[in-house]
Design a protein around this ligand. Sequence first.
Ligand SMILES: CC(C)(COP(=O)(O)OP(=O)(O)OC[C@H]1O[C@@H](n2cnc3c(N)ncnc32)[C@H](O)[C@@H]1OP(=O)(O)O)[C@@H](O)C(=O)NCCC(=O)NCCS
Length: 175
Amino acid sequence: MGTMKNRATVAMKQSLAVQENIVLPGDTNAHDTMFGGLLMKRIDETAAISARRHSRGAVVTASNDGVHFHRPVQRDDIVTLTSYVCCVGSSSMEIFVKIMTENASRDEPGQIAAISFLTFVALDEAGRPTEVPDVQPESREELAVFEDAMARKKIRLSKRSETNELISVLSRIGD
Ligand SMILES: CC(C)(COP(=O)(O)OP(=O)(O)OC[C@H]1O[C@@H](n2cnc3c(N)ncnc32)[C@H](O)[C@@H]1OP(=O)(O)O)[C@@H](O)C(=O)NCCC(=O)NCCS
């Protein structure tokens, strides 16, 4: 991987991606709320657009910290996913995704239904991890999201070694 010298810094808002949909009857579960798997797909898609906008190259999802479903997204709600790169390592980008739900018939502000953090890795033409620009928070929300990035990274990397160890044990068992 290249040297860290003269690394460009870009604003978080440069990687902003927004996806809006209305929750159709076919998008719901037995409780008439949005099917969680569909939301997770959209989270990954929106995050991938942010990762592409930040790195301007090929990217892959390395991990997803999970989605905490804070409030249900109802049928006929307008669901808005907003994402941006909120922290970077060398080749890795942490993406913040905010999921808002809004009743399409009422004149009320949308509410946060869920948030999620994912990690994408930028790849060069040979498919190897490659350096990405640094990122700069500006708004109050961006600063709040950025603040705990190192703590999240620590947990994520420890989870990664745990997963790697278990995969290596399972591979040796080979059943
Ligand atoms: C993600 C991947 C590119 C990492 O490649 P690698 O050869 O292990 O590279 P490294 O160990 O040097 O890791 C590269 C970076 O990714 C980060 N990373 C790797 N795995 C990670 C994980 N599970 N969670 C968070 N970050 C991770 C590393 O911390 C490192 O970050 P840095 O460059 O900012 O320091 C590789 O594991 C891969 O291709 N995985 C499959 C991805 C995929 O197919 N996704 C779609 C799923 S269907």
